[in-house]
Design a protein around this ligand. Structure first.
Ligand code: G3I
Length: 399
């Protein structure tokens, strides 16, 4: 493969370096630091990881929104991967290492090193970082909201732990992250039930969400604050999300954007249309939208409990090698539709983050069962661009 950089590609990288502004969810713009160093450092690997046009995602978004990826600090040991990340993305989310269980595994014992490593890398590459997440029922230490007997702590104690965590963590990353997924996945999946019955809610009460946002805002008044959830493109959770937005606003709480995870499935052709409607609905409530964990699962699965378990136990793993070209093309069409929706809502969608970097790093290789071969992202396991990348760049290139 030719390792020299074409004049056209170099010009694009320089243009990227000179990009003048990046929108934030609150409508302000920040001038990003110059990116010339990124271009220089990354030049050698551009051809290996980029679409045949030589364009990168980072260049193609042209400051209209941030384009991000999730990763774990140990992945920074892989120079091929860090080259790809530095070339293609301008924002990172820690996939696991900013979560409560990682940052404060025992009361008052903080472990910032892995998350700090992500921050250091991002700063060296002039990238932004998003903090994920301050309050979640998963990957959170039991002690935070439960006693030794497993029962909920008293409200005061739960609030003290929540505030202590948020003060320490948001304080530590103040000025280093652009915003926080303050509360993650608090809305119930069940019918008319509004909120999920989480340890934090059982200890503190329904207002634990409001409290978390208030604590976060006090700890870093400059940080954007997001409410993040999955399946909130669909009607059921959409209505509950609007209820939550209104409650937060009526309490005067800062809420910059709804995080729509967008773990989408090739088997659900309605996903982009639902996304379109949901963005319109959230924008109508006066908030921005960030697409916070985008991927497109290509493996068939049922929607719920027993159905998923039965099918996955049977070992369905149809693409253990490369993704067949026809499936790759269908996935490309799906990604194209998603980015057309993003483009349609310019100014509302302030960031799109892929949940992983290349197919080999995706959580979907280990969920709903461990060890399958999924192909959910824009680069394959050899870090080669997939048809989906070309489709996304095509949408971004259109005027
Ligand atoms: O780090 C350990 C490792 O030491 C151990 O050997 C290995 C074997 O089990 O496990 C490793 O931990 C895993 C961790 O990811 C890091 O790889 C956990 O088992 C595994 O459960 C964990 O999964 C993460 C999942 O959240 C947990 O709920 C995924 O990586 C992460 O992508 C996923 O991210 C979530 C978002 O935070 C919220 N939205 C949904 C999204 C997908 O589930």
């Amino acid at each position: 493969m030719d390792s020299t950089l074409s004049a056209r590609t170099f010009a694009r990288l320089v243009a990227t370096a000179l990009m003048v502004s990046v929108p934030r969810a609150n409508g302000q713009t920040d001038a990003p630091p110059p990116r010339a160093r990124v271009a220089a450092e990354s030049a050698a690997g551009v051809k290996a990881t980029t679409d045949a046009s030589g364009e990168t995602l980072r260049g193609a978004v042209k400051g209209r929104f941030l384009i991000g990826a999730a990763l774990m600090s140990r992945q920074l040991n892989d120079p091929k991967l860090t080259d790809l990340v530095a070339q293609q993305f301008d924002c990172l989310t820690g996939e696991n290492e900013f979560k409560p269980a990682s940052l404060q595994p025992a009361p008052g014992r903080f472990n910032f090193a892995p998350a700090d490593r992500i921050i250091d890398f991002a700063q060296r590459q002039n990238m932004r970082v998003v903090g994920h997440t301050l309050c979640w029922h998963n990957q959170s230490p039991a002690w935070m909201f439960r006693g030794a007997d497993g029962k909920p702590l008293a409200r005061d104690e739960g609030l003290r732990n929540l505030k202590g965590h948020i003060d320490a963590v948001v304080g530590h990353f103040k000025g280093k992250v652009i915003g926080w997924d303050v509360v993650n996945e608090a809305i119930s999946d069940e019918g008319d039930e509004y909120l999920r019955n989480t340890p934090a809610r059982r200890a503190i009460g329904d207002d634990y969400i409001i409290k978390a946002f208030e604590f976060a805002h006090v700890a870093d008044p400059g940080a954007e604050l997001y409410y993040n959830d999955y399946a909130n493109e669909y009607a059921g959770k959409r209505a509950k999300t609007i209820r939550l937005i209104r409650e937060l606003k009526s309490r005067g709480v800062r809420l910059d954007a709804v995080g729509m995870q967008c773990h989408l499935k090739l088997s659900d052709p309605d996903g982009p249309e639902q996304l379109d409607q949901a963005i319109t609905a959230y924008a109508g409530e006066g908030v921005k939208v960030v697409i916070s964990e985008l991927d497109v699962d290509v493996l068939a699965r049922g929607n719920r409990g027993a159905d998923v378990a039965a099918r996955e136990r049977a070992g369905a793993n149809p693409y253990p090698g490369d993704l067949p070209p026809d499936v790759a093309e269908r996935q490309a069409t799906y990604y194209r539709r998603v980015f057309e929706v993003v483009r349609k809502h310019a100014g509302v969608v302030t960031r799109v983050t892929l949940w992983g970097t290349h197919d080999g790093t995706s959580w979907l290789n280990n969920w709903p069962v461990r060890g399958r071969t999924n192909h959910a992202l824009l680069w394959d396991r050899a870090l080669q661009p997939k048809p989906a990348l070309k489709a996304v760049l095509g949408v971004l290139a259109a005027p």
